[in-house]
Design a binder for this molecule. Structure first.
Ligand SMILES: [Cu+2]
Length: 123
């Protein structure tokens, strides 16, 4: 019983300190790690969310044929092959949505392969 009470008190303290250190109005820049799977015709997931100033680290995995990943307006262009993931890091230095798309001619559905990086303003 006492052990349970001590545990609960500790959890409450942790929750309080977490709330203080991660103020929602001004989150510190962070590293956002995302694993994106390229399948014939689509990526999974199709959205990356970040805050302005975050560093986004993408690991692209090719699940069937090779697939590419290029972000509109950024110097990011990688190609992954089955069993050979590719990685890239870039800073979310814009606000709003920016499309990413496949840059490898992977098949008839190639033109449909895209996603969106959505960057929220940091107040
Ligand atoms: Cu493609």
């Amino acid at each position: 019983m006492l052990a349970a009470r001590v545990l609960l008190t500790g959890l409450a303290a942790l929750a309080t300190s977490a709330a203080v250190s991660t103020s929602p109005s001004r989150p510190a820049p962070r590293r956002v790690d995302v694993v994106i799977e390229g399948h014939f015709g689509s990526f999974a997931p199709t959205e990356i969310k970040a805050n302005y100033g975050d560093t986004i680290h993408v690991t692209l995995k090719a699940m069937d044929s090779a697939h590419g990943f290029r972000v509109e307006g950024k110097n990011v262009d990688i190609t992954a092959y089955p069993g050979m993931p590719a990685e890239a890091s870039f800073v979310a230095d814009w606000q709003g949505g920016r499309e990413w798309f496949c840059t490898f001619e992977c098949g008839p559905q190639h033109g449909t392969m895209s996603g969106m990086v959505v960057v929220q303003k940091r107040d």
